[in-house]
Design a protein. Sequence first.
Length: 586
Amino acid sequence: MSFSIHGLAVARGIAIGRAVLVASSRVDVAHYFIDAKQVDEEIQRLGLARDAVKAELQELHDTLPKDSPPELSAILEVHLMLLQDEMLADGVTHWIKDRLYNAEWALTSQLDVVARQFDEMDDAYLRERKGDLEQVVERVLRHMKGDVHMTPMPAQRRQTGARQQDLLLEDQMDVPLVLVAHDLSPADMLQFKQSVFTGFVTDVGGKTSHTAIVARSLDIPAVVGARTASQLVRQDDWIIIDGDAGVVLVNPSPIILAEYGFKQRQAEVERERLSRLRHTPAVTLDGQKVELLSNIEMPEDAASALSVGSVGVGLFRSEFLFMGRVDNLPDEEEQYLAYRKAVEGMKGLPVTIRTVDIGADKPLDRSHKEEDHLNPALGLRAIRWSLADPDMFLTQLRAILRAAAHGQVHLLIPMLAHVQEIKQTLVLLEKARHQLDVRGDRYGPLKIGAMIEIPAAALMVKTFLRYFDFLSIGTNDLIQYTLAIDRADESVAHLYDPLHPAVLRLVADTIAESNAQGKSVCVCGEMAGDPTLTRLLLGLGLRSFSMHPTQVLAVKQEVLRADVKRLEPWAQGVLASDNPAEAVLH
């Protein structure tokens, strides 16, 4: 029987193949009370399992093939950090000592506590790290149970009557395979050769989940958040993954199969054609130069940015250094080395480092009351959090200043809304310079920029431009705050609209005022990487786009085909329209 399943499109393209089901790998956990004299024994048992998982993940990290995507290394490093998270460890010890829970019960109890904090996070990337934490805990549970074989188990085996067995790495099948699972850990994915699977489907996950990140880095079609896909799909079903539409077609008719086969071949030709644009300057038909930059999360991502011809990094998210570091935030030297690695990796091209965008809603600071967590999107996050902890902020500023001695570095401040915040930030930056002068440490010059992601900031853009060298429009948050839409709430997700007239007006006015004052302005949100919006943004005057490296070439193609002089009056018409989406997408 043919049917379709809908999810989130996270990696574009078409994949066709036979389904390989990975059964849900949740470990059954025993729940029982222990005697007080068994406390030390339970804590020791937990520690041994955690050490074993640490060694296992470290070996996977250290033995990654040289041609592995940098995202795989980065995710394994995140898993190692989560494994050693003090909040997790201290909480488990509490359950064992104070409640006399057995170690497995204590571990899952603390997982529930920490997972709730992840659910409250506003930042999608950090919120979806809950899945990483769950997988780390699952690996520990498996070691405690004595089941250390982590390779996913297919639900059946090709309906040949053969007994259930692992899908071995050495398996070579003529028929393409697509992976269908409830969820996948990066370590699980490393158990397979990169060439085995042509696509992924998972029940859970979002656009910034680890599965999505790996799929994009490998340029493999993927659909996540497909809910019950692993229950509805049977082993060996024919599957079509439409990564463009976020649709999974199960047992399609021969006609549909042939149609998507043709689309797949067209996509392969298109991908090859786009790759030839790597070294082509991004210049419109009427001679307008356009800056195409990459967003990165780890220093190692610089290689991916260069490989697609990016002319710099428009957004380096520094949050990865702070994740899971409750009472042990990264010191100046650790941050400096990470930023320096990214700067040197870009070989002289500019790198824009955003100061940490994390806050009271993140599992880093347990000193705030529960009331502070009621609406994390409006809470103590980003620059508000940094200004509330000047010592932490000064540490980061000194590290960034020192990294600037090794190449072009721009400093980007997130979530500003008040002039007082701007002035406080600039005072602390000057103080960081003075501290380095006193120490005699070498540092470099910085261009200072502000993120426009709060409507208040967009409405006072003239004021912002008096203080800053450049602006960067964070469209993801700007849309959320303008439309009062919680991006994490599925019930209102359909109202999240980048082409809403109010959103476009704020974006257009920010671009126009920046251009009028001769200041650089960039869009670094999802709008920048959407080729269907490239012409509109060009027509509104944008000349700098920053996006995931895998999106650069598709956007460059749109730039090369654009005639800005013709687009400008059209863009103004879209801006004046009651229904901009109809004008842009149809």
